[in-house]
Design a protein around this ligand. Structure first.
Ligand code: BGC
Length: 737
């Protein structure tokens, strides 16, 4: 159980222990301590701690907590997974759920959906809301958000991340972190770095160029540190250039702590630490999850055997290691505590309130992407005499259960079927499962005692009775689907869904599909569906959000945060074969280098099925009057790109103007173009709005490997303005002097 010492009590104890009382006086007028105040407090408290106490603070005492120091009133630190909500309580020493009855939460949409909103303001609301829930659940650290770049559609964990573009991921992650931390809860951005696949995640050594590292894989982490001021970061499981990422000299000491000035805590992924010496020396501050589950039978306290426990203590006592090493780690940990559980001005948090449900629904509806809409299949009007058949296991399956550590125990989860039934009052909704994969189906839909064949026959019979069929398919959160621990094994839809879609099309002239995934899938069945919505994993309010968009109550405005290649081989990581993905079991080489996602498709002229940034609307937009404020810039200038968005259709709606920039005739390898700015605008029907996007010329720099720094190349650049990476309305030439 959480240490029950209350914040005021903690502070009172500290005051009594420390002679210099002014240093510890609370600044009641401001919510948080300033960094100077924190550092002063940390410097005062550090000499009071014994070596044993300091070492103890650097490793777990249970699955999700680290010890405090009772005699000084220093509380424990409690953590919980993220990133889509606060995970149910886990047992002290095992991965079993503790079975509490008061830990149900709001499940927010998966981060892929958040990225698809292209709306950083929603990210701020997401962070604030999930932070409030973490606070209510008395968590000091929320283990999220995840910003690993989407490199391959097979990665089982892509749904927890913010897509394939470093700029988009950076813009979306910063407000999330700020929102969480406004509550006095530390965000823990993860998994640093290059954990871009789950297959062999514990052993694979990633070899990547400096350019790809700095231009593609690190920017969202850097923005988390430098723009959001994140208070903790989680090391990744994999190795990077031969050293495990959780204690990696280059990533942690050189880049994160030295170059970026990170002053927070590096937390290992659970079992991500592998050596006392490397953990001590190469940047790890807090070791979690190592070895067997907690209190083993053979020793009094298994946690004492962590790499940063007794062996670390012994090495310092022997003089083999400098005490300065533990002091630096504890300084960081205390800093995190003054920002979280030792901040006496912390609020109490909120959980499952209407605001959080509204935020979850708003993000879910705004992230849904309309991929195809032949003959205006969507929206579907609610009218008497209409029968809609909702087919597919994903219409009723829980998508907050499963998936690994991001699994949630929501107070409720509205399924797509339930949401549609609540919304459609005049039309009749009928349902059949179509196929059944086993666990994790909503309790109220007890699978009939039909086998797979008869489920199929029942689905076809149900479809025949309907005017419109909505097939709800995709992946799910089972092992080898969208799930932590391994990757998908093929790019196709699983469970023979293609055949089911073909059979449904044969009996239903109007067939639409809701694709429930966190990843791209192969779409050979595309011509069979008239309408297609990418609906992600949407959390508690999933069904309501889906019904909002299907009915037209909300006009879809999501844009894909990653490309849908036609074939797996069309993806850059897969193009080079196994040595690039998944590696040979020991090493892998990111051979596509900086050409990740749309950068690959654009540069190699390999069209994707659906491009990064793509998404349709129920209304129509056009962009006009597109221009840059000048045609010559200096390296310190900002480029202001402006345009007019015109809603030329009959409905209000939102459109995302996207600005990409590329350099022709560059002396270094470049992607054809890269996202450098975007702006989402809401327009009533017939309305026109001017939008302007400011882009610092410095953001056109490339990472110059010969000087290990960024360089801005002079010369001509092309600015591409459009509403998708493959739908550019105008290209403007500028030059940088
Ligand atoms: C995951 C982390 C998670 C941790 C604790 C690990 O397996 O990779 O993302 O935060 O477990 O559950």
């Amino acid at each position: 159980m959480k240490n029950t010492i209350k914040h005021q009590y903690v502070v009172a104890l500290l005051l009594s222990v420390i002679t210099c009382s002014t240093m510890f006086s609370q600044n009641k007028s401001s919510k948080n301590f300033s960094i100077d105040e924190i550092n002063t407090k940390v410097d005062s408290i550090l000499p009071l701690l014994t070596l044993e106490e300091k070492v103890a603070m650097c490793h777990a005492q249970s699955k999700f907590s680290t010890p405090g120091v009772d005699r000084l009133g220093i509380p424990e630190i409690w953590m919980s997974d993220g990133p889509h909500g606060v995970r149910a309580e886990i047992s002290w020493d095992s991965w079993d759920y503790a079975g509490w009855t008061n830990d149900s939460i709001t499940a927010f949409p998966a981060l892929t959906c958040l990225a698809a909103t292209f709306r950083p303001e929603l990210s701020a609301q997401y962070g604030m809301s999930v932070g409030e829930e973490a606070l209510y659940r008395e968590k000091d650290v929320l283990l999220g958000p995840g910003v690993n770049i989407y490199r391959t559609p097979l990665n089982g964990r892509n749904f927890e991340y913010l897509g394939e573009d470093p700029y988009l991921a950076s813009k979306m992650v910063v407000p999330y972190i700020k929102g969480v931390q406004k509550n006095g809860v530390a965000a823990c951005v993860k998994h640093y770095a290059l954990n871009n696949q789950e297959h062999w995640r514990n052993i694979i050594n990633v070899e990547v160029s400096d350019r790809a590292l700095h231009e593609i894989y690190l920017p969202a982490f850097k923005a988390s540190v430098q723009e959001a001021g994140v208070w903790s970061i989680m090391g990744a499981y994999n190795k990077v250039r031969g050293q495990f990422a959780c204690h990696n000299e280059l990533l942690l000491n050189d880049i994160l702590k030295k170059d970026w000035g990170f002053d927070g805590v590096v937390i290992s992924d659970w079992s991500g630490a592998h050596s006392t010496e490397e953990s001590a020396l190469y940047g790890l501050d807090m070791e979690m999850g190592t070895g067997t589950d907690g209190l083993g039978t053979s020793t009094a306290n298994h946690y004492d055997h962590y790499y940063l426990a007794s062996p670390f203590l012994k090495a310092i006592k022997n003089g083999d290691m400098d005490e300065a090493l533990v002091n630096d780690k504890v300084r960081r940990i205390l800093r995190l505590m003054y920002r979280t559980n030792m901040n006496p001005n912390k609020a109490l948090g909120k959980i499952n309130n209407k605001e959080h449900h509204d935020v979850a629904r708003k993000i879910a509806t705004e992230g849904i992407v309309l991929l195809k809409n032949e003959n205006n299949f969507f929206p579907i009007e609610d009218k008497e005499g209409l029968t809609i058949a909702v087919i597919g296991e994903n219409a009723t399956r829980s998508m907050t259960a499963g998936g690994g550590s991001s699994e949630l125990k929501p107070k409720f989860e509205i399924s797509p079927l339930e949401g549609l039934k609540q919304r459609y009052k005049k039309a009749k909704i009928i349902h059949a499962m179509g196929y059944h994969t086993g666990s994790s189906v909503y309790d109220n839909i007890i699978p009939s005692n039909l086998n797979q064949d008869s489920l199929r026959i029942e689905a076809i019979a149900t479809a025949k009775k309907a005017d419109i069929v909505l097939y709800v398919g995709g992946l799910n959160k089972s092992h080898l689907q969208d799930c932590e621990g391994d990757d998908r094994q093929s790019y196709e839809l699983p469970y023979n869904q293609e055949e089911l879609i073909n059979q449904l099309k044969a009996v239903s002239p109007k067939l639409g599909m809701l694709l429930v995934t966190g990843n791209a899938v192969e779409t050979p069945w595309l011509s069979k569906v008239d309408g297609l919505l990418q609906t992600w994993y949407l959390g508690s309010m999933a069904g309501h959000a889906i019904a909002d968009v299907v009915s037209g109550d909300v006009n879809p405005s999501g844009k894909l945060p990653f490309s849908f290649p036609k074939k797996l081989k069309d993806n850059g990581a897969h193009f080079y074969g196994e040595i690039s993905y998944p590696g040979d079991g020991t090493n892998q080489y990111y051979k596509e280098d900086i050409l990740v996602g749309y950068r690959w498709h654009d540069t190699k002229k390999i069209a994707s099925q659906y491009a990064f940034g793509y998404g349709l609307s129920y209304t129509k937009f056009s962009l006009s009057n597109i221009k840059a404020d000048q045609n010559k810039y200096n390296t310190k200038d900002n480029i202001t790109v402006s345009c007019s968005i015109n809603n030329t259709g009959n409905l209000e709606g939102d459109e995302v103007v996207q600005v990409y920039i590329g350099k022709k005739n560059s002396k270094v390898k470049r992607a054809l173009k890269e996202l450098k700015g975007f702006n989402k605008a809401s327009l009533t029907k017939g309305e026109s709005k001017n939008v302007s996007i400011s882009i610092p010329v410095s953001s056109l720099a490339y990472y110059n490997e010969s000087i290990s720094d960024w360089s801005i190349e002079k010369g001509d650049y092309l600015i591409y303005v459009g509403n998708a990476s493959n739908n550019i309305s105008k290209t403007i030439k500028i030059s940088v002097q």
